[in-house]
Design a protein around this ligand. Sequence first.
Ligand code: SAH
Length: 262
Amino acid sequence: MLERIRIVLTGTSHPGNIGGTARAMKNMGLGDLILVAPRGEARSAEAISRASGADDLLARAPVVDTLEDAVGDCSLVVGASARSRNLPWPMISPRELGARLPGELASGDSRVALVFGREDTGLTNAELQRCHAHVHIPSNPDFSSLNLVTAVQVLAYECRLAWLGENTPAATTGAPKHDETQPFTIDEGDRDPLASHADLERLFEHMEEVLIAIDFHDPDTPRQLMARLRRLFLRARPDQMEVNILRGMLTAMEKRAKASAG
Ligand code: SAH
């Protein structure tokens, strides 16, 4: 389970924090680190020194240009955020995140990404709106922002506790897991695999094009329409078949719109 949890650092400016993250991850048994457009030299001497022995993890961490490149293959993307934003998004606590992981990672090839922001400005709204949910470490509201490595450590620890819970002899057996953040659940055995982040991004792009073509959406006065639709569909956790149906609907709408225009 732990090997399929990915830590994504976006736009990190201090290489020391990248090294510190590698160490925090390795301490908790995590190994999948991806760096999105780091602002300093990701594998500098300072980074290696702060990794204190976790430099193997640092050495193999891919450096990519966009968040898409880092999380495209993940079925759950959770953004770590120190503060709430203008459009409220599904929020989970670190403990809830841990509780969800065994279920999320039950199928052998599923991956979960935890996305962390810049030291100075955090994650952008666009980045946060690409996440299924946001996780907030319940810190002092008057002083809520943790150091990046500390935030990674807290969430990595919750991942480890969840994993230990599943892997100790006393771990619960038999009782089905109840997922409190999803009011209605479907027996996962009856479902198609969940859509990947990349599938969902293609859906949102297609949806925006069609909504503009049929004059429903005016990109000059967006009124957070796409953000709200993202929130709706991300909350629903659509599977691959459901995304195919939606894509098919959009294609049919496009055809009709073209026919009536021509
Ligand atoms: N000043 C920035 C915070 C940067 S801290 C801001 O206002 O957004 C760097 C990163 O650490 C954040 O982007 C977030 O991913 C993580 N982080 C810091 N404090 C956190 C908290 N209380 N809960 C969840 N993530 C946190």
